[in-house]
Write a new protein. Structure first.
Length: 299
């Protein structure tokens, strides 16, 4: 039995000091609150005009590092397909895989709101299937919210989950589960008609009760317009600087991903090189007899 997100009495250590608690309340990042972040805190941040960061996480240990660093919202994204499980895309990820890794992320964190993706095939049949899948993630993994892809086309599912007491983060613009239909990962919302559709999608998910909406790979000007038009926060990825929040896939931002990164990614570390260097140093010590040394041995 996994445990659900709880409200801890001890602080998630290491988070920076109060940084952005303008106009009452405490900042999502850098604030003084030590309890689990909720969707009400997210709404309050939008009212304060406060920007906030979100990272993906797929395991307990990495999630605990981000939690201690003060990241207020973590997404157990189906990007786990490409970034953790070795698939070519997000399409093969199953609800079982999502449930297992989401539970690990919940166990590794004390403060962050944990959002889990509904994988491809776990909600497209309709609101009954969506509710069944989301209920599993809330009950078995213990996540605090669900994310699902689609605007107008998924509004019915969003509404059903919200009515049932499950907070929903929507995801519009480029929706990676449709990679086979797109034939790649093209920028969305270019041209008047596509921009109007994106605005309709954004309004549809807000109307359906979503507490936030991810805007992926859309022109910065359009993302700014959507952000200004909505009462709920927008979470940008490749959507320019004017979104209320920004999300990155952790393996991209920390330099674990091999090969070319999308243009919107900023790489903050080179973990692939650090880890590779540690593995080589260990191998050389073993081959050369330097490890284990006396201090690592028992008599
Ligand atoms: O799965 C994921 O990581 C995502 C983000 C890119 C928003 O959906």
């Amino acid at each position: 039995m996994t445990h659900v997100q709880s409200t801890p009495s001890s602080p998630a250590g290491g988070a920076p000091k109060e940084a952005g608690a303008a106009k009452g309340g405490t900042a999502l990042y850098g604030g003084t609150s030590t309890r689990r972040v909720t969707v009400r805190d997210i709404a309050a941040a939008k009212r304060r005009g406060e920007k906030w960061p979100m990272l993906t996480a797929y395991d307990a240990m990495t999630a605990s590092v981000f939690d201690e660093s003060g990241i207020p919202v973590m997404l157990v994204g189906d990007s786990m397909g490409n970034c953790h499980l070795g698939y070519e895309s997000t399409v093969p990820v199953t609800l079982d895989e999502m449930t297992m890794l989401a539970a690990a992320v919940v166990r590794g964190t004390k403060r962050a709101l944990i959002v889990a993706d509904l994988p491809f095939g776990s909600f497209q049949e309709g609101s009954v299937q969506a509710l069944r899948s989301a209920t599993r993630l809330v009950k078995e993994a213990g996540v605090g919210a669900i994310k699902l892809e689609g605007g107008e086309r998924s509004a019915e599912q969003v509404e059903r989950l919200v009515e049932s007491g499950i907070p929903v983060m929507a995801h519009i613009g480029l929706t990676p589960q449709s990679v086979n239909a797109y034939g790649g990962y093209p920028v969305q919302g270019r041209g008047e008609e596509a921009a109007e559709q994106l605005l309709r999608d954004a309004k549809a998910v807000q109307e359906a009760g979503a507490f936030a909406v991810v805007l992926e790979l859309v022109p910065a000007e359009l993302a700014a317009r959507v952000t200004g038009d909505l009462a709920i926060p927008t979470v940008g990825i490749g959507a320019g600087p004017d979104c209320d929040a920004q999300v990155l896939v952790w393996t991209d931002m920390a330099g674990m991903t091999s090969g070319r990164l999308p243009r919107f990614v900023k790489q903050y570390a080179d973990l692939r090189q650090v880890l590779g260097g540690a593995a080589k140093a260990f191998a050389e010590d073993v081959v050369g007899g330097a490890y284990p040394a006396e201090e690592h041995s028992f008599h």
